[in-house]
Design a protein around this ligand. Sequence first.
Ligand code: PMV
Length: 311
Amino acid sequence: MLKVIAPGKLILSGEHAVVYGYPALAAAVDRYVHLIVKKNRSGLLVEPFQARGVVKSAIQKVHFSLKEKPNYNYSIKVHSTIPIGCGMGSSAAFAVALSASILKYSNKPWNAGLVNDLAYEIEKKYHGQPSGVDNTISTKGGYLWYRRESEKVKLFHQIEVRKKLGNLYIINSGKPKESTGEMVRLVRRLYEKRQLYVKNVFSEMEKVSRGFLRYLLGEKSNEIAGLIKENQKLLERLGVVSFSTKKLVKEIEKIGGAAKVSGAGGVKRSSGILLVFHRDYGKLSEFAQRHSLDVEKVVLGRRGLKVEKIN
Ligand code: PMV
Protein backbone atom coordinates (compact mmCIF):
# COMPACT_ATOMS: atom_id res chain seq x y z
CA MET A 1 0.00 0.00 0.00
CA LEU A 2 1.25 3.51 -0.77
CA LYS A 3 0.78 6.78 1.05
CA VAL A 4 1.43 9.69 -1.28
CA ILE A 5 1.44 13.31 -0.19
CA ALA A 6 1.78 16.37 -2.45
CA PRO A 7 1.62 20.01 -1.31
CA GLY A 8 -0.38 22.92 -2.63
CA LYS A 9 1.26 26.21 -3.51
CA LEU A 10 1.06 29.96 -3.39
CA ILE A 11 2.48 32.14 -6.14
CA LEU A 12 4.31 35.08 -4.60
CA SER A 13 4.57 36.87 -7.92
CA GLY A 14 4.40 36.22 -11.66
CA GLU A 15 1.03 34.49 -12.10
CA HIS A 16 -0.33 34.87 -15.65
CA ALA A 17 2.96 36.48 -16.77
CA VAL A 18 4.53 33.01 -16.38
CA VAL A 19 2.29 31.69 -19.18
CA TYR A 20 4.10 34.16 -21.52
CA GLY A 21 7.65 33.21 -20.54
CA TYR A 22 8.16 35.69 -17.68
CA PRO A 23 9.48 34.31 -14.38
CA ALA A 24 7.31 33.37 -11.43
CA LEU A 25 8.18 32.78 -7.82
CA ALA A 26 6.17 30.01 -6.18
CA ALA A 27 6.28 28.33 -2.79
CA ALA A 28 4.97 24.96 -1.60
CA VAL A 29 2.68 25.37 1.42
CA ASP A 30 1.52 23.32 4.38
CA ARG A 31 -1.73 22.19 2.76
CA TYR A 32 -1.70 18.78 1.08
CA VAL A 33 -3.40 16.19 -1.09
CA HIS A 34 -3.11 12.75 0.56
CA LEU A 35 -3.67 9.55 -1.39
CA ILE A 36 -3.75 6.02 -0.02
CA VAL A 37 -3.34 3.65 -2.94
CA LYS A 38 -3.37 -0.11 -3.27
CA LYS A 39 -3.96 -2.66 -6.00
CA ASN A 40 -7.53 -3.86 -6.29
CA ARG A 41 -8.24 -6.82 -8.56
CA SER A 42 -11.92 -5.99 -9.04
CA GLY A 43 -11.44 -2.59 -10.71
CA LEU A 44 -11.38 1.04 -9.61
CA LEU A 45 -12.57 1.88 -6.12
CA VAL A 46 -12.40 5.57 -5.15
CA GLU A 47 -13.20 7.21 -1.84
CA PRO A 48 -14.97 9.60 -1.77
CA PHE A 49 -17.07 8.28 -4.63
CA GLN A 50 -17.57 11.80 -6.11
CA ALA A 51 -13.85 11.87 -6.98
CA ARG A 52 -14.11 8.70 -9.12
CA GLY A 53 -14.56 10.47 -12.49
CA VAL A 54 -11.54 12.74 -12.00
CA VAL A 55 -9.39 9.88 -10.70
CA LYS A 56 -10.37 7.64 -13.61
CA SER A 57 -9.56 10.18 -16.30
CA ALA A 58 -6.26 11.06 -14.61
CA ILE A 59 -5.25 7.36 -14.49
CA GLN A 60 -6.13 7.05 -18.16
CA LYS A 61 -3.98 10.09 -19.01
CA VAL A 62 -0.99 8.73 -17.07
CA HIS A 63 -1.12 5.32 -18.76
CA PHE A 64 -1.58 7.01 -22.12
CA SER A 65 1.48 9.23 -21.52
CA LEU A 66 3.46 6.14 -20.45
CA LYS A 67 2.31 4.46 -23.69
CA GLU A 68 0.62 1.71 -21.69
CA LYS A 69 -2.83 0.17 -21.82
CA PRO A 70 -5.01 1.77 -19.10
CA ASN A 71 -5.32 -0.31 -15.98
CA TYR A 72 -7.83 0.76 -13.38
CA ASN A 73 -7.23 -1.96 -10.80
CA TYR A 74 -6.62 0.38 -7.89
CA SER A 75 -8.29 1.30 -4.65
CA ILE A 76 -7.64 5.01 -3.99
CA LYS A 77 -8.59 7.10 -0.97
CA VAL A 78 -8.39 10.84 -1.58
CA HIS A 79 -8.12 13.43 1.16
CA SER A 80 -7.16 17.07 0.73
CA THR A 81 -6.56 20.07 2.96
CA ILE A 82 -6.06 22.39 -0.04
CA PRO A 83 -9.08 24.57 -0.83
CA ILE A 84 -10.39 23.42 -4.22
CA GLY A 85 -10.36 25.77 -7.21
CA CYS A 86 -9.07 28.76 -5.21
CA GLY A 87 -5.57 29.29 -6.63
CA MET A 88 -3.64 27.06 -4.24
CA GLY A 89 -2.80 24.37 -6.77
CA SER A 90 -5.22 21.68 -5.57
CA SER A 91 -5.60 20.12 -9.01
CA ALA A 92 -1.83 20.11 -9.62
CA ALA A 93 -1.13 18.51 -6.22
CA PHE A 94 -3.70 15.83 -7.02
CA ALA A 95 -2.15 15.30 -10.47
CA VAL A 96 1.33 14.94 -8.93
CA ALA A 97 0.18 12.50 -6.24
CA LEU A 98 -1.81 10.40 -8.70
CA SER A 99 1.02 10.30 -11.28
CA ALA A 100 3.49 9.27 -8.57
CA SER A 101 1.18 6.44 -7.43
CA ILE A 102 0.65 5.03 -10.92
CA LEU A 103 4.36 5.26 -11.75
CA LYS A 104 5.24 3.41 -8.51
CA TYR A 105 2.93 0.55 -9.49
CA SER A 106 4.13 0.43 -13.10
CA ASN A 107 7.29 -1.44 -14.07
CA LYS A 108 9.00 1.77 -15.18
CA PRO A 109 11.93 3.08 -13.08
CA TRP A 110 11.10 5.75 -10.49
CA ASN A 111 11.88 9.27 -11.63
CA ALA A 112 10.49 12.43 -10.00
CA GLY A 113 11.05 14.38 -13.23
CA LEU A 114 8.80 11.93 -15.06
CA VAL A 115 6.15 12.28 -12.31
CA ASN A 116 6.24 16.03 -12.91
CA ASP A 117 5.87 15.56 -16.69
CA LEU A 118 2.95 13.15 -16.24
CA ALA A 119 1.24 15.57 -13.85
CA TYR A 120 1.72 18.35 -16.42
CA GLU A 121 -0.11 16.22 -19.00
CA ILE A 122 -3.05 15.81 -16.57
CA GLU A 123 -3.03 19.56 -15.91
CA LYS A 124 -3.19 20.25 -19.64
CA LYS A 125 -6.26 18.08 -19.90
CA TYR A 126 -8.06 20.35 -17.42
CA HIS A 127 -6.52 23.79 -17.97
CA GLY A 128 -5.59 24.00 -21.65
CA GLN A 129 -2.16 25.66 -21.74
CA PRO A 130 -0.81 25.84 -18.17
CA SER A 131 2.71 27.08 -17.53
CA GLY A 132 3.59 24.00 -15.47
CA VAL A 133 4.55 26.01 -12.38
CA ASP A 134 1.86 24.41 -10.18
CA ASN A 135 2.84 20.77 -10.78
CA THR A 136 6.56 21.60 -10.60
CA ILE A 137 6.36 23.33 -7.22
CA SER A 138 4.19 20.50 -5.87
CA THR A 139 6.73 17.90 -7.03
CA LYS A 140 9.87 19.76 -5.92
CA GLY A 141 8.66 21.71 -2.88
CA GLY A 142 10.45 24.66 -1.27
CA TYR A 143 10.59 27.91 -3.22
CA LEU A 144 11.00 27.88 -7.00
CA TRP A 145 12.08 30.45 -9.51
CA TYR A 146 10.26 29.16 -12.57
CA ARG A 147 10.33 30.06 -16.22
CA ARG A 148 8.56 28.42 -19.15
CA GLU A 149 10.63 28.96 -22.28
CA SER A 150 8.49 26.70 -24.48
CA GLU A 151 6.22 23.69 -24.22
CA LYS A 152 9.27 21.42 -23.98
CA VAL A 153 11.68 23.71 -22.13
CA LYS A 154 10.80 24.74 -18.60
CA LEU A 155 13.55 26.11 -16.42
CA PHE A 156 13.44 26.23 -12.66
CA HIS A 157 15.75 26.76 -9.76
CA GLN A 158 15.13 25.85 -6.15
CA ILE A 159 15.93 28.82 -3.94
CA GLU A 160 18.02 28.42 -0.84
CA VAL A 161 16.27 30.85 1.43
CA ARG A 162 18.42 33.15 3.58
CA LYS A 163 15.61 35.31 4.91
CA LYS A 164 12.34 33.66 5.84
CA LEU A 165 8.94 35.11 5.13
CA GLY A 166 6.81 35.50 8.22
CA ASN A 167 3.49 37.00 9.33
CA LEU A 168 1.75 35.41 6.35
CA TYR A 169 -1.86 34.25 6.37
CA ILE A 170 -4.52 33.19 3.93
CA ILE A 171 -8.02 34.56 3.67
CA ASN A 172 -10.39 32.99 1.18
CA SER A 173 -12.20 35.69 -0.82
CA GLY A 174 -14.43 32.86 -2.16
CA LYS A 175 -14.25 30.30 -4.91
CA PRO A 176 -14.13 32.04 -8.31
CA LYS A 177 -16.87 31.26 -10.82
CA GLU A 178 -14.25 30.93 -13.55
CA SER A 179 -11.78 28.07 -13.93
CA THR A 180 -8.02 28.65 -14.29
CA GLY A 181 -8.34 27.92 -18.02
CA GLU A 182 -11.04 30.58 -18.41
CA MET A 183 -8.94 33.17 -16.56
CA VAL A 184 -5.90 32.37 -18.71
CA ARG A 185 -8.07 32.83 -21.82
CA LEU A 186 -9.39 36.15 -20.46
CA VAL A 187 -5.83 37.47 -20.18
CA ARG A 188 -5.05 36.06 -23.65
CA ARG A 189 -7.89 38.11 -25.13
CA LEU A 190 -6.60 41.28 -23.44
CA TYR A 191 -3.07 40.47 -24.65
CA GLU A 192 -4.33 40.12 -28.23
CA LYS A 193 -6.16 43.45 -28.04
CA ARG A 194 -3.63 45.51 -26.05
CA GLN A 195 -0.28 43.80 -26.35
CA LEU A 196 1.87 46.76 -25.32
CA TYR A 197 -0.21 47.43 -22.23
CA VAL A 198 -0.14 43.78 -21.10
CA LYS A 199 3.59 43.39 -21.85
CA ASN A 200 4.22 46.45 -19.71
CA VAL A 201 2.25 44.89 -16.81
CA PHE A 202 4.24 41.66 -17.21
CA SER A 203 7.57 43.54 -17.15
CA GLU A 204 6.51 45.33 -13.97
CA MET A 205 5.48 41.94 -12.57
CA GLU A 206 8.94 40.59 -13.33
CA LYS A 207 10.45 43.43 -11.27
CA VAL A 208 8.23 42.43 -8.34
CA SER A 209 9.19 38.75 -8.75
CA ARG A 210 12.85 39.80 -8.69
CA GLY A 211 12.16 41.84 -5.56
CA PHE A 212 10.79 38.75 -3.81
CA LEU A 213 13.78 36.75 -5.02
CA ARG A 214 16.25 39.28 -3.62
CA TYR A 215 14.35 39.32 -0.33
CA LEU A 216 14.51 35.53 0.01
CA LEU A 217 18.20 35.53 -0.87
CA GLY A 218 18.82 38.07 1.89
CA GLU A 219 19.82 40.80 -0.58
CA LYS A 220 18.69 44.41 -0.60
CA SER A 221 15.02 44.53 -1.52
CA ASN A 222 11.72 46.24 -0.85
CA GLU A 223 9.71 45.10 2.16
CA ILE A 224 7.32 42.19 1.70
CA ALA A 225 4.19 44.30 2.28
CA GLY A 226 5.23 46.64 -0.55
CA LEU A 227 5.93 43.76 -2.94
CA ILE A 228 2.57 42.14 -2.16
CA LYS A 229 0.74 45.44 -2.74
CA GLU A 230 2.57 46.00 -6.03
CA ASN A 231 1.79 42.48 -7.27
CA GLN A 232 -1.89 42.95 -6.42
CA LYS A 233 -2.04 46.27 -8.28
CA LEU A 234 -0.62 44.60 -11.40
CA LEU A 235 -3.11 41.73 -11.19
CA GLU A 236 -5.88 44.32 -10.95
CA ARG A 237 -4.50 45.98 -14.08
CA LEU A 238 -4.66 42.61 -15.85
CA GLY A 239 -8.36 42.45 -14.97
CA VAL A 240 -8.26 39.20 -12.98
CA VAL A 241 -9.58 40.56 -9.66
CA SER A 242 -13.28 40.90 -8.82
CA PHE A 243 -14.82 44.10 -7.51
CA SER A 244 -15.55 42.58 -4.09
CA THR A 245 -11.98 41.25 -3.77
CA LYS A 246 -10.48 44.66 -4.67
CA LYS A 247 -12.60 46.15 -1.90
CA LEU A 248 -11.50 43.49 0.58
CA VAL A 249 -7.82 44.07 -0.25
CA LYS A 250 -8.23 47.84 0.27
CA GLU A 251 -9.76 47.22 3.69
CA ILE A 252 -6.89 44.92 4.68
CA GLU A 253 -4.49 47.70 3.63
CA LYS A 254 -6.45 50.19 5.75
CA ILE A 255 -5.85 48.11 8.89
CA GLY A 256 -2.11 48.05 8.16
CA GLY A 257 -1.79 44.85 6.13
CA ALA A 258 -1.16 43.85 2.53
CA ALA A 259 -2.93 41.23 0.44
CA LYS A 260 -2.78 39.76 -3.02
CA VAL A 261 -4.64 37.25 -5.14
CA SER A 262 -2.50 34.19 -5.70
CA GLY A 263 -3.06 32.17 -8.87
CA ALA A 264 -5.48 32.73 -11.71
CA GLY A 265 -7.95 34.99 -9.83
CA GLY A 266 -11.58 35.50 -10.79
CA VAL A 267 -13.79 38.45 -11.77
CA LYS A 268 -17.44 37.44 -11.83
CA ARG A 269 -17.81 36.68 -8.14
CA SER A 270 -14.63 36.35 -6.10
CA SER A 271 -10.94 35.76 -6.73
CA GLY A 272 -9.91 32.79 -4.58
CA ILE A 273 -7.25 32.74 -1.91
CA LEU A 274 -5.61 35.94 -0.75
CA LEU A 275 -2.07 35.82 0.55
CA VAL A 276 -2.09 38.30 3.43
CA PHE A 277 0.75 39.93 5.34
CA HIS A 278 0.10 41.55 8.69
CA ARG A 279 2.41 42.15 11.65
CA ASP A 280 -0.47 42.07 14.13
CA TYR A 281 -2.46 38.83 14.02
CA GLY A 282 -4.96 40.15 16.57
CA LYS A 283 -5.93 43.05 14.31
CA LEU A 284 -6.25 40.83 11.27
CA SER A 285 -8.31 38.22 13.09
CA GLU A 286 -10.65 40.87 14.49
CA PHE A 287 -11.06 42.24 10.95
CA ALA A 288 -11.78 38.75 9.56
CA GLN A 289 -14.37 38.10 12.26
CA ARG A 290 -16.14 41.36 11.46
CA HIS A 291 -16.37 40.27 7.81
CA SER A 292 -17.27 36.63 8.62
CA LEU A 293 -14.05 35.44 6.98
CA ASP A 294 -11.57 32.81 8.16
CA VAL A 295 -7.97 33.77 8.54
CA GLU A 296 -5.44 30.93 8.68
CA LYS A 297 -1.73 30.88 9.23
CA VAL A 298 0.24 29.48 6.30
CA VAL A 299 3.82 28.20 6.18
CA LEU A 300 5.73 28.56 2.93
CA GLY A 301 8.62 26.53 1.57
CA ARG A 302 7.40 23.07 2.66
CA ARG A 303 8.78 19.90 1.14
CA GLY A 304 7.45 18.51 -2.11
CA LEU A 305 6.05 15.14 -3.13
CA LYS A 306 6.52 12.31 -0.64
CA VAL A 307 5.84 8.64 -1.37
CA GLU A 308 5.84 6.06 1.43
CA LYS A 309 5.18 2.33 1.48
CA ILE A 310 2.83 1.45 4.34
CA ASN A 311 1.04 -1.73 5.44
O1 PMV B 1 -5.09 29.41 -10.01
P1 PMV B 1 -4.06 28.37 -10.15
O2 PMV B 1 -3.62 27.74 -8.90
O3 PMV B 1 -4.46 27.32 -11.18
O4 PMV B 1 -2.73 29.08 -10.73
C1 PMV B 1 -2.61 29.40 -12.06
C2 PMV B 1 -1.39 30.23 -12.36
C3 PMV B 1 -1.46 30.87 -13.74
O5 PMV B 1 -0.25 31.58 -13.93
C4 PMV B 1 -2.62 31.86 -13.83
C5 PMV B 1 -1.63 29.84 -14.84
C6 PMV B 1 -0.41 28.99 -15.11
O6 PMV B 1 -0.59 27.97 -15.79
O7 PMV B 1 0.69 29.32 -14.68
